[in-house]
Design a protein around this ligand. Structure first.
Ligand SMILES: [Zn+2]
Length: 232
């Protein structure tokens, strides 16, 4: 079931406050239209009734997609620094719904799901895009680490993220973006063969792969964010 609760949102331009249907959980198998709106960046976006400015709520919902084998907890981008604490909360929720705390039939469903945690809309969209394209998200995170070594002029700094935004037949499109404002700083394409190179060199990447998959936040940033386990 997809669940929404009525909340309010204030326009950043004219300060008008309006009601907003905030997503608490999304079932993409029953509502594939919601999957499509996350992918086209129109999910949880409304126009201000006074001035027409686009407003978007921060993500804070669970997403179930049995067709794509994905269960995702989407959190606000600003909470990425406490990912270890959030991971604990989310792991408990997943276990209760589909793990040891759930019914046998729910556990069977859970066994076919990859549980993930993402911070911010670009990261949430990326996880869906990769699942839809049939790409392994961990391999893509390893590719990002590889690209950072290959690209000496990468605008890499705290608060800047590397996200995959398009999967083509031969090329993968990435952007560097500001995590707070979602401003795109740089866009570039890489040959899909680089991803295959990583997957066919499993031994060389085994240690890094283990580090990236240390929890539900499958993201290269866990190699350099401290995670602040005691926060929140
Ligand atoms: Zn407005």
């Amino acid at each position: 079931m997809s669940l929404f609760t009525t909340t309010t949102i204030q326009c950043g331009d004219c300060e008008t406050v309006t009601d907003f249907e905030a997503a608490g959980s999304v079932n993409a198998d029953r509502r594939p239209d919601l999957r499509a709106t996350i992918l086209d960046d129109s999910f949880q976006v409304v126009a201000c009734p006074s001035c027409g400015a686009a407003m978007r709520l921060e993500p804070l919902f669970n997403y179930l997609d049995m067709e794509l084998g994905l269960w995702l907890a989407a959190y606000p981008a600003r909470r990425i620094g406490e990912y270890l604490a959030v991971e604990k909360e989310v792991r408990a929720l997943f276990d209760q719904s589909y793990g040891a705390g759930a019914t046998a039939s729910a556990q069977e469903v859970g066994g076919a799901l990859r549980p993930r945690l993402a911070f911010g809309w670009p990261a949430t969209r990326e996880k869906l895009l990769l699942a839809q394209a049939g790409l392994n998200d961990t391999s893509v995170e390893l590719l990002k680490l590889d690209l950072m070594r290959r690209l000496p002029d990468a605008p890499f700094q705290p608060g800047v993220e590397l996200r995959l935004v398009d999967v083509g037949e031969d090329a993968l499109t990435f952007i560097w973006l500001d995590n707070d404002t979602e401003e795109v700083l740089q866009e570039f394409e890489v040959d899909r063969a680089l991803l295959q190179d990583i997957e066919s060199n499993a031994d060389a990447w085994a240690d890094v792969r283990a580090a990236v998959t240390g929890g539900m936040f499958v993201d290269m940033q866990r190699l350099y964010l401290d995670g602040a386990e005691d926060a929140a």
